[in-house]
Design a protein around this ligand. Structure first.
Ligand code: ASP
Length: 344
């Protein structure tokens, strides 16, 4: 690359751009232009920065599939013009949003880096400046005339993660995210060190970006706990139009062997609902059939979520359901890594 990289900063909202409303004492979103005024250091970076802001920035608790499409379309419309994208969202649902965007952007060949902060940018001890500045540096990183990163990532507190491997684990500390089943793609210290071997390397460079916009959110998370009742499971699995369930099981994919429980799951699968087994543990993987308590799940056709996170499983369900795939192929595709979200 001979000229400076062009980076598009997409601001959707979140703490990073919030200020205190002194009447209510609550944090609320404010104007994005003012956000940039707060970081004069940005002009020192070796790139050109352009910005796009949601008309009404949101707290990420209000994130939904319509906003996902808006973010994906901003990237699609600007894909040729820019070398990298930094998306600012609230951290609360950042793992869900960035995971979904990773599935929506097929054949991605440029960096898309999600970041935000735990403290507003105007706060003296803010983590916003480092997160934002390093994210822009990562989005601008080039090697042999190619972007170093060609996937959707999440940068927070000195670590770059594959976005669809992350989970928000802390509401207090600056180190708010973890990626327990996949190591960080880069760490920022005195130097910015990329773990090249861990990065996604898209196979076909010439293919154009395809943006998958038909998401189906007729999905739910069913978290097991000792004492869960037949009535509760039955009412969840018979929700009208339900198409996908993330079944959060114990340990390596274990669930009760009660007859009523297996029967309800089997009936749901036969009625066309896709049920994915994901562990409640923050790290580790499903090993279907390892214990007797998961043998029945395997037999009735529960999808093996392997080491996928709940956030990524919800995202992948919404994406694959939107593609209207027949149930058998759906299971195969779900169990195959499409964007590096699970191990084979
Ligand atoms: N509530 C905020 C949000 O997710 C928290 C944050 O930005 O970290 O929008």
């Amino acid at each position: 690359m001979t000229s400076k990289p062009n980076i598009l900063l997409i601001y959707t909202g979140g703490t990073i751009g919030m200020i205190k409303d002194y009447e209510t004492n609550a944090l609320k979103a404010f104007n994005f232009e003012k956000l940039l005024d707060r970081i004069p250091e940005l002009v020192q970076l070796n790139c050109n920065i352009d910005t796009f802001s949601f008309d009404e920035p949101i707290d990420s608790s209000n994130m939904n599939p319509e906003y996902y499409v808006t973010i994906a379309e901003v990237i699609e419309d600007n894909y040729k013009k820019f070398d990298g994208f930094v998306v600012l969202t609230g951290s609360d649902t950042m793992s869900y949003t960035s995971s979904t965007i990773s599935f929506m952007l097929e054949n991605l060949n440029k960096p898309v880096i999600f970041t935000g902060s735990q403290l507003p940018i105007g706060h003296l001890r803010t983590d916003a400046k480092e997160n934002l500045i390093t994210s822009i540096e990562i989005a601008s990183a080039y090697k042999n005339n190619e972007p170093v990163i060609k996937e959707v990532c999440l940068y927070f507190e000195y670590k770059l993660y594959r976005a669809n491997r992350t989970t928000k684990i802390n509401a207090e500390q600056f180190e708010a995210f973890a990626s327990l089943n996949y190591p960080p793609l880069a760490e920022s210290g005195v130097h910015l060190d990329f773990n090249d071997d861990l990065l996604l390397k898209p196979k076909n460079k010439v293919e154009d970006l395809i943006v998958r916009k038909s998401l189906n959110n007729n999905v739910i998370v069913l978290k097991l706990f000792p004492g869960i009742t037949e009535k509760a499971v039955q009412s969840i699995l018979t929700i009208p139009d339900l198409k996908g369930v993330v079944l959060e099981t114990y340990g390596s994919g274990n669930a009760p062997t009660y007859k009523w429980f297996i029967r309800l799951l089997e009936e749901a699968i036969k009625s066309g609902i896709n049920i994915v087994n994901v562990t409640q543990c923050v790290g580790g993987s499903i090993i279907l059939g390892h214990y007797e308590t998961s043998v029945d799940l395997k037999r009735i056709g529960v999808i093996d979520g392997k080491d996928i996170t709940t956030e990524s499983a919800i995202a992948k369900l919404m994406y694959l359901l939107g593609e209207q795939i027949e149930q058998k192929e759906f299971k195969e595709l779900f169990e195959t890594p499409l964007r590096g979200e699970l191990d084979f």
